[in-house]
Ligand binder design. Structure first.
Ligand SMILES: Nc1nc2c(ncn2[C@@H]2O[C@H](COP(=O)(O)OP(=O)(O)OP(=O)(O)O)[C@@H](O)[C@H]2O)c(=O)[nH]1
Ligand SMILES: [Mg+2]
Length: 1034
C-alpha cells in the first residue's frame, strides 16, 4: 500500500471491490483465472488460466468442480487495485453470495450464452439489487454458439439480445417490486413475449434499461479461451476504417442499426430496406469476423490465411511456435487471447462502469446503515451526535487515520493453522501481542471483512458490535458489545494470505483474532457510539435438518466441540438442540449437508458420526374451499358450529370457531414474518424504527406497514374475485365482511408472527347469564393500521353490577391466557404436533363467578396463587379447544414444496420423468430451450421426497440431467389422513375400511409421530385373513 498522505482520497478512488455472480457452472471461476493470470502478480501462469480454477482451492471444490465458498484476491490493473471475490453458483451455497455481495461495490453478472438465464441468475440479480451493487453483464461461452450450436452470426445476435433483454426485465421487476421471491420471477418467464426473431429485433433498448452494450456495461466473452470484448473495443477499431467517430459507432454497434456502405451512413431498420438480408452492424462488424476466425481455425477446410490476416491487421505478436501448433484449438486460443484479451475487456469495464469505494459507499449507505428514525427523544445527545458522525464518515469512506474506524465482518472462515504465513524459519508469523496457537484446535478462524471508514491496524483494540446493539440504549446493551484485540491482518490472494500492518477504508481484508468474539458476522468499530450494519439477507433459510450423534457415545464431547466449530466456520449452518435432546444440524441442501458432515468428520470433530434421515417439517391446516367463502365467513362469525371445552373447575367455558384463511392471505403472512415481528414487536419499547434493516426496503420511500396492509387487502380481494358466480353485490359484501374481520385481529400465532389469526370475539354475542366474556383487544389490527379509533365501543361498561365488575377485571387478567392457549395450539397441531397454517380462530371464553359452582369447598379462590392455577386451566382449555376444532373440520397435512428446475437432453426425458413420478412431483412446464439441445422442465417436488433426488436423477440419466431445487411454498395434501370408506362406491373400491392401506398423508403423519415419540395408532390385526395389512407395515 502506497503512502501518499497528501490526498488520501486519490488512493481510494483507485480501488474497486467487485464480485462475480452467476448460476452454477456459467464460468465464474474460469473467468477469475484469466483475471488473476493477467493481473494477479504472477500467482497463476497464463498457460494454466481457465483450467486450474485457482479460486477453488478446497479439495472438495476441485473434486466436484463446483465452487463452495466465496474467496477474495487482490489484483492490480492499470494503476488500480481491484479486490475480486469469486462466489459459488450452486443454490446450496447462496449464503456465500450474500457475504460476497456485502463486501463488494460492483458485480459481474455472468450468463452462459447457451443456457441463458436460470434460476440462480434471478437470485444473484436480486442479491445485487438488495445490496445496491453496480452490476455489469458478462455473456460467457460465446464459443459454444459458434461450435456447439452452430448458429449463424445473425441467430447468435438474436440470442444474445434476447438474454440482455430478459436480464433487464428481471432487474426492472425487482425495481418495481413486482417479484417477492425468486420463484415468482422465474415463473413469470422471460419478460415480454419474444417468440420470434422479429419482435426481439424491434425492441429498442429502453433508456431505463440497466444493461446496455452501448453504455459499455455488457461484455461478450469466452472465458475458456481467454478472450472477450465490449462494444467499445470494436468501435475504436472501426472508427478510422469507416470514417465515423468512436462515439457514434459505440451507439450503433448494438440494436437495429445498419450500415450503408455506399453512403457510409448508419441507418435504422426502415431506412435501410433490403428485406431480411440486411444485418445489424453488430452482426456485420463484430460477430461475422469472429465466426470467420473460428471457422478458419477449426474447420478442416477452413481458410488458414484468415488467421494470418488477423494477426497482421491487429499487429499481434503471436510466437511462430504457437501458430504452428498442430492442435488448432491452441492456435485459436493464442490468436484470440491476444486479439481480444479477456482480462483487459473485463477489467477496463470494471474501472469504467463500477464505482470506487467513495462513490459506492455514499450510494450504499442507505442499505448498509439505514437512517434511524428516533421515536424516543430521551437519548443522550452526545452519543447520538457521535453515532451520526460515524455514519457520515462511512458515507464518505473517510480513510484518514483520525477518522473513526468501522469494519464489517460478513463471515468467519476456518483455515488450518498450518496454512498461515510462516517466516523464513518455518514459524508462523505472529503479530504484536499475538499468542501462539488457537486453543486446542488446529484450525484458526479468520474474519472476511471490509473496512468502511478509517484505518484498521493489526494489534488494534476494537468494539465488536452485534446486529442487536444500539448505542443509544447504554448499559442494557452490554451483552451485544465486546472488546477485542486484532491479531493480524492479511491481504487475501485466494488461499494465500499476505500479512499487512494496516488497511485503509475501502479495502477487503482477512482478520485474525476474532474467533472467540464473532459467530457469523459483526460490525467492528473504534467507538462504542456506532450503529451496527444492517443484517445481510439470505435467499433461503437452512431447511435440510438432520440429527447428529457420535457412533461411539463416548465421543459426545468431540462432536459437541466439532459442531461448535462448524457453526462458526460456515455462515449458513444452524446448530440447534431439539426438544428431544438431539443435536440438529440444518443445512441449505444436500450438497451443503454432505460437505458439512465431511468437514465435521475430518476437520472439526474428527470422530465417526451417525447421521439421521432428514427431519422434515410439516404444517397442519383444514380443508377449505374458496368458493364457499361467504358461507365460511357466516358460520365463522357466530354460527352454531363450534367446539366447546370447560376448565376442570367449571368456571370457564371456551368456544372455538375456526375457518380457513384464503391461500393468498396465508402466503402474504408467511412471507412477511420478519416485518410482522418488527411491527408487532414494536410494543416492547424500541427507541426507533429499524424496519428498513429487516426487509430490503426496495421502494425506499414507501412505508412498509402501508405496503403490508395493501398486500393483505389485495390478497383478500384476489380471493373474492376468484370465487365462481361472483356478482358485484356479493363481492362487496364479502369485502365489507373481511374489512370488519381485519379490524378484529387480536394475535398472530405461533410465536406471535405465524400465519394464523386469533380474532377478538364479537361483542354483541351474549353468553349465559352473569357470565363475562374475555374480550381481548384488536392489538394487531391497530399495529397494522386497520383500526380507525372511532369503533371499539365499550359495551361492557353498561352492565356494571359489583359482581360483574369484579368478574370483568378477572376477565381482563385472563386475556393473556387465551392468547397463550392460542399460541400453544398453533405451534403444535393435533395431527403430529407441527405448526398450524392458514387458520383463523375466534375464541369465546366466558367466565362465571364462583358461587354458581357446585364445588363449594373451594373457597380460597381469591388468593393469588390460585390464579396461577386458573390461568393454567384457561390456557389448556383454549389450546385443547383450538386443536379439537381443527380435528373436527377435516384436518389436512401441509408439506413444503421445492420448485425444481431441471435441464436434460431430449433422449433422457423419459427416465427423468420416471424419477419425477416416483417422487410425487408435479410438472408445471416443459420448454425446449430454443437453439440449444436442452429441455428445461419446471416441477414442484415435496421436500420429503427430495432426498437423494439429485443422485437418483444423475444415475438414471447417466449424469446428463441436472436439477436445482429452491424452497417454493407450502401446499396442503388433498387426502384425508383419516379416510375411511363411507359411500357405497368407496366401500366398493376400498373395502370396509379395515384393510385400507394408509394414504400418503397418513404415512407422513405416522412417521413424524413415531419420530417425536407420540402415540401412533397402528392397525391391529382384526381378522386372521387380513394378515396382509401387517405385512405391509414392515
Ligand atoms: N465452452 C466453454 N466452456 C466454458 C467457458 N467458460 C467456462 N467453461 C466451462 O464451464 C464449466 C464451469 O466453469 P466454472 O468456471 O467452474 O463455473 P463456475 O461458474 O465457477 O461454477 P460454480 O462456481 O460451481 O458455480 C467448466 O467446465 C469450464 O471449463 C467458455 O467460455 N466456453
Ligand atoms: Mg466457481
Amino acid at each position: 500500500m502506497g503512502e501518499s498522505e497528501s490526498d488520501p482520497d486519490s488512493e481510494t478512488r483507485k480501488i474497486r471491490n467487485i464480485c462475480i455472480l452467476a448460476h452454477v457452472d456459467h464460468g465464474k471461476t474460469t473467468l477469475a483465472d484469466h483475471l488473476i493470470a493477467a493481473s494477479g502478480g504472477g500467482v497463476l501462469h497464463p498457460k494454466l488460466a481457465g483450467r486450474l480454477r485457482f479460486m477453488d482451492y478446497l479439495d472438495e471444490e476441485q473434486r466436484r468442480a463446483i465452487t463452495m465458498k466465496s474467496s477474495s484476491i487482490a489484483l492490480h490493473y492499470k494503476n488500480h487495485s481491484i479486490n475480486l471475490i469469486d462466489s459459488p453458483g450452486h443454490m446450496d451455497f447462496c449464503s456465500e453470495v450474500s457475504t460476497a455481495a456485502r463486501l463488494s461495490d460492483g458485480a459481474l453478472i455472468l450468463v452462459d450464452a447457451v443456457e441463458g438465464v436460470h434460476i440462480q441468475t434471478h437470485a444473484v440479480l436480486r442479491q445485487c439489487w438488495i445490496e445496491k451493487l453496480s452490476p455489469c453483464l458478462v455473456l460467457n461461452k460465446i464459443d459454444r454458439l459458434i461450435f456447439e450450436l452452430r448458429l449463424s452470426p445473425m441467430e447468435a445476435y438474436t440470442r444474445l439480445s434476447r438474454i440482455v433483454h430478459e436480464v433487464n426485465g428481471i432487474v426492472s421487476g425487482y425495481k418495481s417490486e413486482k417479484y417477492f421471491s425468486d420463484v415468482d420471477a422465474v415463473l413469470s418467464g422471460p419478460s415480454g413475449d419474444m417468440g420470434d426473431e422479429e419482435s426481439s429485433e424491434f425492441v429498442e433498448d429502453d433508456e431505463e434499461d440497466t444493461f446496455q452494450p452501448q453504455k459499455g456495461n455488457v461484455a461478450f466473452v469466452c472465458a475458456l479461451d481467454g478472450w472477450g470484448f465490449g462494444i467499445h473495443e470494436f468501435a475504436e477499431f472501426y472508427a478510422s476504417k469507416l470514417g465515423a467517430s468512436t462515439a457514434a459507432l459505440q451507439k450503433a454497434l448494438w440494436g437495429p442499426r445498419y450500415f450503408n456502405p455506399k453512403t457510409k451512413m448508419i441507418l435504422g431498420k426502415k431506412a435501410i430496406g433490403g428485406g431480411n438480408k440486411a444485418r445489424p452492424m453488430f452482426v456485420q462488424f463484430v460477430l461475422e469476423p469472429l465466426w470467420q476466425v473460428y471457422q478458419a481455425a477449426l474447420d478442416a477446410d477452413g481458410n488458414k490465411g484468415m488467421l494470418e490476416k488477423v494477426i497482421k491487421s491487429f499487429n499481434l505478436s503471436v510466437p511462430a511456435r504457437e501458430v504452428q501448433n498442430k492442435d488448432q484449438k491452441v492456435v485459436l486460443q493464442s490468436v484470440m487471447s491476444r486479439w481480444l484479451p479477456l482480462s483487459d475487456a473485463i477489467l477496463s469495464m470494471v474501472i469504467k462502469c463500477m464505482p470506487d469505494p467513495i462513490a459506492a459507499q455514499s450510494f450504499r449507505i442507505s442499505r448498509l446503515l439505514p437512517k434511524r428514525e428516533l421515536l424516543d427523544d430521551q437519548v443522550d445527545s452526545n452519543v447520538l451526535a457521535e453515532a451520526e458522525l460515524v455514519r457520515k464518515s462511512i458515507e464518505a469512506c473517510d480513510s484518514r487515520h483520525e477518522a473513526p474506524c468501522v469494519t464489517f465482518v460478513s463471515k468467519m472462515f476456518a483455515v488450518p493453522l498450518k496454512m498461515l504465513p510462516r517466516d523464513s524459519h518455518g514459524m508462523i508469523i505472529y503479530g504484536p501481542g499475538e499468542e501462539g496457537g488457537e486453543g486446542e484446535s488446529s484450525e484458526c478462524f479468520l474474519a472476511f471483512a471490509r473496512v468502511f471508514s478509517g484505518v484498521l491496524y493489526s494489534g488494534q483494540r476494537v468494539f465488536v458490535l452485534s446486529a442487536l446493539y444500539d448505542p443509544l440504549k447504554g448499559e442494557s446493551m452490554q451483552k451485544h458489545v465486546q472488546e477485542a484485540e486484532l491479531q493480524s491482518l492479511y491481504l487475501m490472494m485466494g488461499q494465500g494470505l499476505k500479512p499487512v500492518a494496516s488497511v485503509k477504508a475501502g479495502n477487503v481484508v482477512a482478520i485474525r483474532g476474532l474467533g472467540q468474539h464473532i459467530l457469523k458476522s459483526a460490525t467492528l468499530s473504534s467507538t462504542k457510539n456506532c450503529w451496527p450494519f444492517s443484517s445481510m439477507i439470505f435467499q433461503v433459510a437452512p431447511t435440510l435438518r438432520v440429527a447428529i450423534e457420535p457412533s461411539d457415545p463416548a465421543d459426545i464431547g468431540a462432536v459437541l466441540k466439532g459442531l461448535k466449530l462448524l457453526n462458526r466456520a460456515d455462515p449458513f449452518v444452524e446448530v440447534t438442540f431439539s426438544a428431544r435432546g438431539e443435536h440438529v444440524l440444518a443445512a441449505a441442501g444436500e450438497v451443503h449437508l454432505e460437505r458439512c458432515i465431511k468437514d465435521l468428520k475430518e476437520r472439526f470433530a474428527k470422530v465417526s458420526l451417525e447421521v439421521s434421515p432428514p427431519l422434515v417439517s410439516y404444517k397442519e391446516t383444514i380443508e377449505g374451499e374458496v368458493t364457499h367463502m361467504l358461507e365460511n365467513l357466516k358460520s365463522f362469525n357466530g354460527g352454531s358450529e363450534y367446539v366447546e371445552k370447560t376448565t376442570p373447575n367449571g368456571r370457564c367455558v371456551v368456544r372455538v370457531h375456526i375457518m380457513k384463511l384464503p391461500p393468498a392471505l396465508t402466503k402474504v403472512l408467511d412471507e412477511s414474518s420478519d416485518l410482522l415481528a418488527d411491527i408487532i414487536g414494536a410494543k416492547s419499547g424500541q427507541t426507533y424504527k429499524s424496519l428498513e434493516t429487516q426487509r430490503p426496503s426496495i421502494v425506499e420511500d414507501e412505508n412498509p406497514i402501508e405496503l403490508l396492509k395493501k398486500r393483505i387487502m389485495d390478497a383478500v380481494d384476489k380471493d373474492i374475485l376468484s370465487m365462481t358466480e361472483i356478482d358485484k353485490e356479493r363481492a362487496d359484501k364479502s369485502r365489507a365482511k373481511w374489512l370488519k374481520l381485519l379490524r378484529r385481529i387480536w394475535a398472530l400465532g405461533p410465536r406471535h408472527i405465524g400465519p394464523n389469526f386469533l380474532f377478538v370475539p364479537d361483542f354483541k354475542r351474549k353468553g349465559a347469564d352473569n357470565c363475562v366474556l374475555i374480550r381481548g383487544s384488536s392489538y394487531v389490527s391497530e399495529r397494522l393500521g386497520f383500526v380507525d379509533d372511532s369503533i371499539d365501543g365499550d359495551t361492557a361498561a353498561e352492565t356494571s353490577s359489583e359482581a360483574t365488575r369484579v368478574l370483568s377485571m378477572e376477565a381482563e387478567r385472563l386475556e393473556s391466557s387465551v392468547v397463550s392457549g392460542f399460541q400453544l395450539a398453533t405451534a403444535a397441531g393435533p395431527l403430529c404436533d407441527e405448526p398450524m397454517w392458514g387458520l383463523a380462530f375466534v375464541v369465546e371464553a366466558y367466565i362465571s363467578p364462583f358461587c354458581g359452582q357446585a364445588d363449594e369447598s373451594e373457597t380460597s379462590h381469591q388468593q393469588p396463587e390460585q390464579y396461577g392455577i386458573f390461568t393454567g386451566q384457561v390456557i389448556a382449555a383454549v389450546k385443547d379447544a383450538c386443536r379439537a376444532a381443527v380435528l373436527q373440520k377435516k384436518p389436512r397435512l401441509v408439506e413444503a414444496m421445492y420448485f425444481c428446475e431441471l435441464n436434460t437432453p431430449p433422449e433422457h426425458l423419459g427416465p427423468m420423468y420416471a424419477v419425477l413420478g416416483r417422487r410425487r412431483a408435479r410438472v408445471s412446464k416443459e420448454i425446449m430451450q430454443e437453439g440449444s439441445p436442452l429441455f428445461t422442465v419446471h416441477a414442484y417436488v415435496p421436500v420429503s421426497e427430495s432426498f437423494g433426488f439429485a443422485d437418483e436423477l444423475r444415475r438414471w440419466t447417466s449424469g446428463a440431467a441436472s436439477a436445482l431445487l429452491v424452497l417454493s411454498h407450502w401446499e396442503a395434501l388433498p387426502e384425508d389422513p383419516f379416510f375411511i370408506p363411507k359411500t357405497e362406491e368407496e366401500i366398493e373400491e376400498f373395502g370396509d375400511g379395515s384393510s385400507v392401506p394408509p394414504n400418503t398423508a397418513r404415512k407422513l403423519i405416522d412417521a413424524v409421530r413415531r419420530r417425536k415419540g407420540l402415540p401412533v395408532e397402528e392397525k391391529v390385526v382384526q381378522h386372521a385373513t387380513k394378515q396382509r395389512t401387517l405385512a405391509r407395515k414392515v
